[in-house]
Write a protein that binds this ligand. Structure first.
Ligand code: ADP
Length: 216
């Protein structure tokens, strides 16, 4: 179990906090708005009504003991920057922060934030990928030009063999696993016949994965 602090309990911060709680972590939620804090007070491990742009107030929260802090203040640029600055001054190493504009991103980058998140942009890209390839349920960028993707077996590809689906690309990508209902298969022969609702997880370069997309 890890200890997190989420500063800013708007839509994004509240969703992140609840998910961390459901993973079994301890979450301290902080917001300047008492209504938002009170709404989540029963669910969070600890909830505080605090102005996070005030260094003194932040220091009183014992945030130093957290493994990571997520700054989820978006629209109030000044509050977001001051909060990150104070957290840095307090020696907190792992700071993730939400950015709402290019200049916000540039400042957070300069302040040395570990990860800058652009929720709307990142979600927009994910949605576009899904619209482009509806059979691809999930994808994960693993650096460089490489991706891991999850293909849902439906329609014309159910009943064909793995070999037929992968075609010439079969030697250029890695079949990681196949989920069939509650079972995970780690070794899948090339003549394995895919069935409706199977989930196939592949890893490879974008180009190779794109080449199999027209067969989906
Ligand atoms: P979202 O789109 O996730 O709702 P917002 O930027 O609108 O994002 O909300 C961010 C949250 O940050 C709001 O709940 C707001 O009350 C909170 N917030 C803004 N300024 C401060 C501050 N100085 N200290 C603590 N919380 C703040």
């Amino acid at each position: 179990m890890a200890q997190f602090a989420v500063i800013g309990l708007g839509t994004f911060g509240a969703a992140a906090s609840m998910q961390l709680i459901s993973f079994g972590h301890s979450v301290m939620g902080v917001d300047i708005n008492p209504i938002l804090v009170n709404k989540l007070a029963d669910t969070l491990t600890y909830a505080a009504i605090t102005d996070a742009s005030d260094e003194q107030a932040l220091q009183e929260l014992n945030i130093q003991s957290c493994d990571a802090v997520l700054v989820a203040i978006g629209s109030d640029l000044e509050a977001s920057i001051l909060c990150v600055l104070h957290l840095k001054n307090m020696g907190i190493k792992e700071i993730w922060a939400k950015a709402t504009s290019k200049s916000h991103h540039a400042i957070l980058f300069r302040l040395g934030v570990t990860r800058i998140i652009h929720p709307e942009e990142e979600m927009g890209i994910k949605v576009a990928h899904s619209l482009n390839y509806p059979m691809i349920k999930e994808f994960m960028h693993i650096g460089g030009n490489f991706y891991i993707i999850e293909i849902e077996i439906v329609g014309k590809i159910s009943g064909i063999s793995l070999n037929e689906l992968l075609g010439e690309e079969k030697d250029l990508l890695k079949v990681l696993l196949l989920r069939r209902q509650k079972e995970l298969l780690y070794t899948i022969e090339s003549d394995f016949v895919l069935a409706t609702n199977d989930s196939l997880i592949l890893a490879g370069s974008l180009k190779t994965l794109q080449n199999i997309a027209p067969r989906l």
